[in-house]
Design a protein around this ligand. Structure first.
Ligand code: ADP
Ligand code: MG
Length: 609
């Protein structure tokens, strides 16, 4: 469906819903719709952190409680209508979300779920045990609506309908923004996202606040609607479960999924409420929704909307692109990547060290992966880092790029001690890195994967469009440079292994880094691609970029790299030119083998052998 059709359909839907109270005096229907709107606002909000960013919150109903109490208490104190102070309920919810995201910091996965659940319980406890503020277990009575009984629940109805519209608009705005692109990157691979310049803690904090703010406002309205605030009902886990369920049924990560899910789930909730009254109602509901959750997970793992879209695409026989190979045409290095050659002292002394590690150790429990490794990378060099499997090469990369903190030792970049710097700060300072197994954001297109890279943090651009024209141009140029110009619109998940490696390289180049760490770039890719890769690296190096390359393909290493650093059991055992290293007895013994003969390494890999 195109944008205009979607918009007209949405406008029609809102108009019809707006007419319901006018044409029908059916109070039951009005109440059902009010509760559906409430659930839709909740699920939409939840979707921003749970769907876009992939952080499952099991405490989202707490923001309803926070909103309801904030507006209720203020309305009683100031003698105004709770609807007037409802926005403050949103502010309170956003502030609680902010403090929670500061507390959760590094928690992910199940730990995050538990923390959000704990927040819900904690807020419920505070509300119950602070009678001076909340009325405690006795509850809080709100003033009765001041408007005429003739218009019944209209103000609640329209306020919540407006909040649904605002929620959807916010979802759309975020989805199309840099913030949204960053959130999806975080969902797909958070460490990788940090490595390409996504300031993950800030993105997550903003997303969490955005996911709470309208829920808080809706909570204020809802509190007034029920007119009596009771802590056990407002901080109830059941509602949080229903929220997650609604988003999952409709399709999490989509704009309309949570709304659709709410529209399906709320009538079911009403039916179970009226059919199973009494003491067992809670248990029956939990059983039913638990079962529904399992069914959705098994039958519609991605939710209704995405499955429908897939079906439609299959019926329309959307052709799947056949993706093989890469265009090998030699292209010049894009203009924006050309740097001035690294500074060489006039007296001919060696160029300065751009990146260095000194005495770096890293332990994993009993395993000593790195044991006092030291070496430095000259500006403008293509330095190889070789050694047997398990000798600590990848771990050293992880310490250099900030994925791991070293247990001991120091890392320096361009003169700065960066040992304590975060992954993202190092990316901003000009360090790019690719992975042994390429890591891309699989739910994004190839172009978006490259354009998701940011080389500095600017708060005001977070809401700018996800991929600006200039960025798309730059990313396309880079993809053409690595031979993947035909694949800009493909899903990253559709690419072959070798192509993924090339996309990762384009991603890193988008950072315009001074130094690039490549972890086994040639492993598992075909010989043509290897030659192409060597050519790319050489031309990038000639235009002023420094490389550190971990690689087992010795022809590739010896003909491309100088110096060659050899790691064995976490220590550097050799650091010299390719000739010297390949005949060093210690290196032959530890890695290359006694019968290793360096072939004609003068023939560059880029040339025919
Ligand atoms: P290389 O890249 O040289 O093959 P690695 O750096 O991957 O070697 O691994 C070096 C050693 O550290 C290995 O013994 C490996 O099992 C161990 N190691 C690496 N990463 C971890 C980790 N996250 N947890 C535990 N042990 C690890
Ligand atoms: Mg490795």
């Amino acid at each position: 469906m195109n944008r205009a059709a979607k918009l007209s359909l949405a406008a029609l839907g809102v108009t019809l819903l707006a007419l319901v109270p006018v044409v029908s005096g059916n109070i039951y229907l009005q109440n059902l719709l009010i509760m559906t709107f409430l659930l839709a606002v909740l699920a939409s909000g939840w979707n921003i952190i749970g769907g876009y960013a992939g952080y499952i919150s099991l405490g989202h109903s707490a923001f309803i409680g926070v909103g309801a109490y904030t507006a209720g208490i203020l309305a009683n104190r100031w003698g105004v209508s709770p609807l007037v102070v409802a926005p403050l309920g949103g502010v309170a919810a956003a502030l609680i979300a902010l403090s929670l995201s500061l507390v959760t910091g590094r928690t992910r996965g199940a730990a995050f779920v538990i923390v959000t659940f704990a927040m819900l319980e904690l807020l419920g406890l505070v509300a119950t045990n602070w009678p001076g503020l909340t009325g405690g277990a006795d509850g809080l009575v709100l003033p009765l609506p001041s408007w005429s009984v003739d218009i019944q629940n209209w103000p609640f109805y329209y306020a919540l309908l407006l909040l649904v519209v605002l929620s959807v608009l916010m979802s759309i705005a975020i989805k199309r923004s840099k913030l949204g692109l960053g959130l999806v990157a975080i969902r797909d691979d958070e460490d990788k996202a940090a490595g390409i310049g996504v300031t993950t803690p800030v993105y997550k904090a903003i997303a969490f606040m955005a996911s709470a703010v309208l829920v808080g406002v809706a909570g204020s309205v809802y509190g007034y609607y029920v007119s009596y605030l009771d802590t056990s009902a407002l901080f109830d886990i059941t509602l949080s479960v229903e929220v997650v369920l609604a988003a999952l049924i409709g399709g999490r990560g989509t704009v309309w999924g949570p709304v659709l899910g709410a529209a399906i789930l709320q009538p079911l909730i009403e039916v179970t409420n009226s059919s199973f009254g009494g003491a067992s109602a809670g248990a029956v509901r939990l059983l039913l929704f638990g079962g529904l959750l399992v069914a959705v997970a098994l039958l519609l793992p991605r939710g209704l909307l995405p499955e429908l879209e897939r079906l439609a695409r299959r019926i329309l026989r959307h052709r799947e692109p056949s993706l093989t190979g890469a265009r090998l045409a030699d292209r010049p290095v894009p203009e924006f990547l050309r740097r001035s050659a690294p500074p060489v002292a006039a007296d001919g002394t060696a160029p300065p060290s751009l990146l260095s590690v000194a005495g770096v150790s890293k332990r994993f429990g009993g395993v000593k992966a790195l044991d006092g490794a030291s070496f430095s990378v000259r500006a403008g060099s293509i330095t190889a880092l070789i050694g047997p499997n398990g000798s600590g090469k990848t771990t050293l990369f992880n310490v250099m790029d900030g994925t791991y903190r070293a247990s001991a030792g120091e890392v320096r970049l361009a003169g700065d001690d960066i040992t304590e710097w975060s992954r993202t700060r190092r990316a901003f300072a000009g360090m790019g890195r690719t992975y042994q197994l390429p890591r891309l954001f699989d739910s994004l297109s190839v172009l978006e994967n490259v354009a998701a890279v940011t080389d500095e943090f600017r708060l005001r651009t977070l809401l700018a469009s996800a991929v600006s024209g200039a960025e798309a141009e730059r990313a396309t140029e880079l993809l053409e440079f690595v031979g993947l110009g035909d694949y800009v619109d493909a899903r990253a998940s559709e690419l072959s292994y070798g192509q993924r490696k090339l996309v990762e390289l384009a991603q890193v180049l988008m950072l315009d880094p001074a130094v690039i760490l490549l972890d086994e770039p040639a492993a598992g890719i075909n010989p043509t691609l290897i030659r192409r890769l060597a050519g790319l690296i050489r031309s990038l190096n000639e235009t002023g970029r420094t490389f550190v390359i971990v690689e087992h393909d010795m022809h590739f290493v010896l003909s491309l790299c100088d110096p060659v650093v050899v790691l064995s059991r976490g220590t550097v055992i050799a650091d010299d030119g390719p000739q010297a290293v390949s005949s060093d007895p210690a290196v032959l013994e530890a890695y290359l083998g006694d019968d290793f003969v360096a072939e004609d390494i003068d023939a560059p890999v880029g040339a025919a052998r």
